[in-house]
Design a protein around this ligand. Structure first.
Ligand code: OAD
Length: 250
């Protein structure tokens, strides 16, 4: 597909070239090409009969901590086997080419940092970290402790993944920083997210209200699409490298 076919026009590239501040929101679509299933993808194998929405909740953990912990162990293995893809790498180059750049991700897989992105806010936490389910402090199992879930070395309560579950608040300081970056950018890119889950999904409109140009990268329409100034129809791993290329060519 050509640049124009993706919706990458000269007007867009000239705005991007002149941008002082770019803020990006990513969702699981960015990691899809790394083999990490999106939330809307059907789950596979043993987990096919469960919806993520029924496992990623405090109530599910309360009801069956073993099941929820094992689901996250399965997802951690998927993430360990995954590698950053050209979409992640294009965002690293984007960050190097823009004076002020912030990447707010809803993804918990850590692939942006593994690709080399530096100014990253993990709005929904990180699946590779654990925390105490009672004290809330970051904690890892004692070496060799195979219990499921393992106990917090500090207080003995169950450990849980250090991620935001449905119905839980995002870390206030993290979201405040993302919100400030949305209000203070020239261009806001929304990449690989269904724009359905708040408060992350409020960031693009916050940026637009402050005068930013809205660009969406997604193979499909989302509730954000009608509000975007530019809709780049395609996969992140295809579109983002072309977008960054356009920044390179004089
Ligand atoms: P979703 O699964 O809701 O949406 C994935 C989006 O990525 C969809 O809009 C797809 O069209 C798009 N997509 C798929 N493949 C893509 C590709 N190769 N390149 C670009 N886009 C692609 O995932 P999220 O929007 O990330 O929250 O979900 C947001 C939040 O909902 C998650 O962080 C999670 C979930 O509830 C919590 O766990 C708190």
């Amino acid at each position: 597909m050509s640049d124009a076919g993706m919706g990458i026009t000269n007007a867009l590239t000239s705005v991007l070239r002149g941008a002082r501040g770019v803020t990006v929101l990513t969702g699981s679509g960015v990691s899809a090409e790394s083999g990490v299933p999106t939330f809307r993808d059907a789950q596979t194998g043993l987990w096919a009969r469960y919806e993520p929405q029924e496992l990623a909740t405090p109530e599910a953990f309360e009801r069956d901590p073993r099941l929820v912990w094992e689901w996250y162990q399965w997802r951690r293995d998927l993430v360990r086997q995954a590698e950053p893809n050209p979409g992640h790498r294009a965002l690293v180059e984007f960050e190097r080419r823009v004076p002020t750049f912030l990447l707010a991700t809803q993804n918990v897989d850590g692939l942006h940092r593994r690709a080399g992105s530096e100014n990253v806010l993990e709005l929904h936490g990180n699946i590779m970290r654990s925390k105490c389910s009672v004290e809330g402090v970051e904690a890892e199992p004692r070496t060799g402790d195979e219990s499921v879930p393992p106990p917090c070395p500090g207080c003995g309560a169950f450990l849980r993944p250090d991620v935001v579950w449905f119905g839980e608040a995002l870390p206030e300081d993290v979201f405040a920083a993302a919100s400030e970056a949305a209000r203070n950018c020239d261009v806001f890119l929304s990449v690989g997210t269904s724009s359905l889950v708040y408060p992350a999904a409020s960031l693009p409109s916050e940026a637009a209200r402050s005068g930013a140009m809205l660009v969406e990268v997604n193979p499909d329409d989302t509730p954000l699409t009608p509000h975007a100034d530019y809709t780049l129809r395609g996969r992140a791993g295809e579109v983002l490298p072309v977008l960054v290329d356009a920044l390179r060519t004089p």
